[in-house]
Design a protein around this ligand. Structure first.
Ligand code: UDP
Length: 481
């Protein structure tokens, strides 16, 4: 266990007005150890710490966090027992199942002990926030009587879909059949069968098991926080409130990255080091001229697709900033093989001419907020989607797996702030898509709608806005536990 001092413990109120202050409490947070799950959990931790709560971050040894980057939190490493060969596959579904099963068997006593000792630290813990995928931790917390709240790092629509999985099987939508992939699912508009957490790369039965466990965690918890906001998903949040009417609190408290304090934003929780040189390059670009291209931390492509993306960017004529992380190309894990040997001449020429920049990992939130960025080609992970919406940046969507197809459906068909690049990746199609987003009327209209959504984000973040009120309610609820 790595200890770190608490920077400050204070009162649980916003604004610091006169009157009696509630006594300080601690919250424990335990993220699923993947980038897209770690970030929002640490943002939530930052928000709660900013409201005067002490925070202990429990983390697995797999993708372990660095306590030195968050001196304001206490850190506890928990033995997760994930077998090294499973961890090495990088397959999130396999890792979730293996990690839970290890924590539920041999290391279960260790998990319970770690929770119990973290909960007793001064000030004592009021509750534990976990990722819904950590049912094993929920069960351990229950043994010691510690209330568990779930942070959902995906959209409200996504959680609604997870909870509907039994119904979707009963009605025959799932498991997905090739001939029905485009069939609409009227129970979950605007989704089609292929948007229902479908991936040609994962075993449907394993997906079903993971989602059944996540649903059990959510249905049995003492409160639910969703990283979304009322103005974005009012109907979906409403449906969850009906479906989960027994839960004491269901709060839409996002976008958390916009609410958290600086120390818990961006670089603090990055598993890969951010290359900030791209900001200087962006500073020298025309406003709205740059296409930012990133497929998140897990989505991968074949080497032939990678080459088509590269040529599409090279031939588009638009300035681009492209994140090429080590495992972006299937079967190719080191930086040199991905970035140098495989980048075609067209991209090298663009980079040499100063029209393009390729980085291993970008400070994404800062990039999307930069005035030079006019579009985002994304895999539509939920964090990336929320980050783009928060800055009013329209998107080309290329979903790969998990919830990315349904996020894409909402981006295109509900919010109108982007469009899907479907079918085989081919340089001519890519060039056309980039032109549409960056320089055609349709792209401009998406940009206008994205700016309107950005305005709604700002409304949520105001001191009397729904997300701030949700955090107020959450802090009061924690104090009451
Ligand atoms: N990200 C980043 N730098 C990059 C690429 C991604 O900081 O070069 C961050 C991004 O801001 C987001 C997270 O990584 O917060 C990815 O989460 P998301 O849900 O979009 O996708 P996932 O990686 O879970 O598929």
């Amino acid at each position: 266990m790595a200890g770190a001092q608490e920077a400050r413990d204070g009162n649980g109120s916003r604004g610091g007005g006169p009157g009696p202050q509630p006594r300080a409490r601690r919250v424990l947070v335990f993220p699923l150890p993947f980038q897209g799950h770690i970030d929002p959990m640490l943002h939530l931790a930052g928000v709660l710490h900013g409201r005067g709560l002490a925070v202990t971050v429990l983390h697995t040894r797999f993708n372990a966090l660095d306590p030195a980057r968050h001196p304001e939190f206490r850190f506890v490493a928990v033995p997760d027992g994930t077998p090294a060969d499973v961890a090495a596959t990088g397959r999130i579904i396999d890792i979730i199942l293996a990690m839970n099963s290890a924590m539920e068997s041999s290391s279960s006593a260790a998990v319970t002990e770690a929770l119990a000792s973290a909960a007793l630290a001064d000030p004592r813990a009021a509750c534990l926030f976990i990722d819904a995928n950590l049912l094993a931790v929920h069960r351990a917390a229950r043994k010691i009587g510690l209330p568990t709240l779930v942070l959902r790092t995906g959209s409200a629509a996504c959680l609604g879909c997870f909870l509907s999985y039994p119904m979707l099987h009963e009605k025959g939508y799932l498991p997905p059949r090739e001939s029905q992939l485009c069939t609409p699912v009227p129970e979950l508009p605007p989704l089609r069968v292929k948007d229902l957490v479908y991936s040609k790369h994962s075993d449907h039965e394993l997906v079903r098991r993971v989602l059944a466990r996540a649903s059990e965690t959510v249905r049995g918890c003492s409160g639910l926080v969703i990283n979304t906001f009322e103005a974005l998903e009012a109907a979906e949040i409403g449906r969850l409130r009906d479906e989960l009417a027994d839960l004491p609190v269901i709060l839409a408290a996002g976008p958390l990255h916009k609410l958290s304090s600086n120390s818990s934003r961006g670089a603090g929780s990055s598993l890969l080091a951010q290359d900030r040189s791209c900001i200087e390059w962006l500073d020298a670009q025309r406003s709205g001229s740059v296409l930012y291209v990133s497929f998140g931390s897990l989505a991968a492509m074949d080497s032939s697709e990678f080459l088509e993306v590269a040529w599409g960017l090279a031939e588009s004529g638009h300035p681009f900033l492209w994140v090429v992380r080590p495992n972006l190309v299937r079967g190719c894990c080191d930086d040199d093989s991905v970035r140098r040997r495989r980048l075609p001449d067209g991209v090298e020429d663009a980079v040499r001419a100063g029209r393009g920049v390729v980085v291993r990992w970008a400070p994404q939130q800062e990039v999307l907020a930069h005035r030079a960025v006019g579009g985002f080609w994304s895999h539509c992970g939920w964090n990336s989607t929320l980050e783009a919406i928060s800055e009013g940046v329209p998107m080309i969507c290329r979903p790969d797996a998990v919830d990315q197809m349904m996020n894409t459906r909402y981006v295109q068909d509900v919010w109108g702030v982007g469009f899907e690049l479907e079918g085989e990746l081919e340089r001519g199609k890519i060039k056309d898509a980039i032109r549409k987003l960056m320089s055609e009327r349709e792209g401009d209209e998406m940009r206008e709608r994205a700016q309107e959504l950005r305005g709604k984000v700002e409304g949520c973040l105001e001191s009397s806005g729904p997300s701030q009120i949700a955090i107020d309610k959450l802090v009061n609820y924690i104090q009451s536990l």
